[in-house]
Design a binder for this molecule. Structure first.
Ligand SMILES: Cc1cc2nc3c(=O)[nH]c(=O)nc-3n(C[C@H](O)[C@H](O)[C@H](O)COP(=O)(O)OP(=O)(O)OC[C@H]3O[C@@H](n4cnc5c(N)ncnc54)[C@H](O)[C@@H]3O)c2cc1C
Length: 439
């Protein structure tokens, strides 16, 4: 679990350690009826309501001083429908549990993000995504949703049932109701071959359109203070399965990516002047490798080194300019950044407040080691992202408000109108939603 409420102080903290809240009370409903009753009781007591997942958001989107609804008793698979090829899960189910259960049934989601600690409802509510040419975010794989609205009623939605709710609630930011169950499209489990390879940044940017077009899932990490990247291409494969060997996997994923990286970041935080040299070493530490495995083992890996992150989606055609401007800014700024910049893509989708809503997108994510001041870096990066009409990840640090967001989301008004209808009294309001959606 990422988030914790300390029993002594009653303070809730997120995974990144940059957000805290003091809820008036906490509940962990074990059924939709209990949840619905908790929502009604909060309204009677004049308290706001917020469901949390595992607190992996870096924004205060999950923070509340009202009633905090915990996910841990609303978990598990409800049904698997092999004709429709869907799975319906309780909203608090961790992605990890879903992925493992699906694999046991010979099934899989199509695409996913870098980790699988989050709950299905928390991950989809902020638009969590991986990288894909045709396949989009986790929320775009939703086929149906069940939610408890502000009056305690339970409603279902899909492309054919309450379609206007479905259009918005798949990425609902926790603003439209408490999600109780999600139906995802699934497919027979398949193999992906991952090819990881270092490549100079200039070449990646020059050949980006081709690298994107030739691969189902292309992404890369650029190491600030260096001209190097690590590229990763994941493509479906006929097999055979060739997992990363246990020792090689431990060396690459645990020792280098987590253990040594943690120590390197401690050194960099204590002595910032060492950061460029550490970055050069880090960029060379991971060598080329190829492996073939089932989707969640290829897409996700543990992230134990704690950080704070900002990520924006820009139009895919603007990626080259965005990265070149980011590099120039970093070269001139004197900033010392020990974490790589991560670049991914998504095709346009049809969800009102998806960062890829109606727009082919490239994601650029900047990170800072937890405990290192990040404001100056993120402010300078955000200036570049917003100049390209960037849309911030709802769960990652940003400073945008409703006025800006209405300008970059053509369907912002549609979402607001639905929110007015489903939550006229703003039971699900918090400070973050007031800022990004308006009062
Ligand atoms: C190490 C790390 C790696 C990450 N990797 C990626 C990545 O690869 N791609 C990516 O896009 N993002 C990534 N993220 C961001 C993360 O996926 C999102 O912030 C996600 O929303 C966190 O899910 P959670 O379960 O922790 O939800 P929380 O952060 O606890 O909550 C997020 C939102 O969901 C709402 N919510 C939760 N449950 C419900 C419910 N039942 N009904 C209604 N609303 C609900 C909350 O109110 C809140 O608004 C990463 C974050 C970390 C810390």
């Amino acid at each position: 679990m990422g988030s914790k409420t300390s029993a002594k102080s009653g303070t809730w903290r997120n995974w990144g350690g940059n957000v805290q809240a003091r809820p008036a009370r906490e509940v962990a409903p074990a059924s939709v009826e209990e949840l619905s009753a908790a929502v009604r009781r909060a309204a009677e007591d004049g308290l706001k309501v917020k469901a949390v997942g595992t607190g992996h958001s870096f924004t205060s989107i999950a923070a509340t001083d009202g009633v905090l609804i915990r996910p841990q008793l609303l978990t598990g698979i409800r049904t698997i429908d092999r004709d429709a090829m869907t799975v319906t899960v309780e909203a608090g189910t961790p992605l990890k549990r879903l992925n493992l259960a699906l694999a046991r049934e010979g099934l899989s989601l199509t695409n996913m993000g870098d980790i699988m600690e989050q709950t299905v409802s928390g991950a989809t509510s902020t638009g969590t995504h991986g990288t894909g040419r045709e396949s989009a975010s986790i929320a775009a794989q939703i086929r149906g949703l069940e939610l408890v609205t502000a009056d305690g009623a339970v409603i279902s939605c899909s492309a054919t049932e309450n379609p206007e709710v479905f259009a918005a609630a798949r990425i609902g930011l926790g603003a439209l109701g408490i999600v109780t169950a999600i139906t995802f499209a699934v497919e027979p489990v398949f193999l992906l071959t991952a090819r990881e390879e270092p490549m100079p940044l200039d070449r990646v940017l020059a050949e980006f359109d081709q690298l994107w077009a030739e691969n189902e899932h292309f992404e890369f990490y650029w190491f600030p203070h260096t001209t190097g990247t690590t590229t990763k291409r994941n493509n479906r494969s006929a097999g055979p399965e060739q997992p990363v060997g246990r020792l090689a996997g431990w060396v690459e994923d645990e020792l280098l990516s987590n253990g040594v990286f943690q120590v390197a970041n401690w050194v960099g935080r204590a002595v910032p002047a060492t950061v460029p040299a550490i970055a050069r070493l880090s960029s060379r530490a991971l060598s080329a490798r190829t492996y073939t495995d089932i989707p969640y083992k290829v897409f996700t890996s543990p992230r134990r080194v704690r950080f704070v992150e900002m990520e924006y989606a820009v139009p895919r055609a603007a990626l080259g300019d965005t990265l070149r401007e980011l590099k120039t800014m970093l070269d001139r700024s004197g900033l010392r950044v020990s974490f790589p910049v991560e670049v991914r893509t998504a095709p346009a989708d049809d969800i009102a407040l998806s960062t890829a809503s109606g727009r082919d997108s490239a994601y650029v994510a900047v990170h800072m080691f937890r405990g290192t001041p990040y404001q100056r870096y993120f402010t300078a990066a955000e200036r570049i992202f917003t100049a390209h009409e960037g849309r911030p990840h709802w769960g990652k640090v940003h400073t945008r408000d409703a006025e800006y967001l209405a300008g970059v989301y053509p369907r912002f008004g549609e979402f607001s109108a639905l929110r007015d209808r489903l939550d006229p009294q703003r039971l699900f309001q918090n400070d973050y939603l007031r800022r990004v959606l308006g009062a």
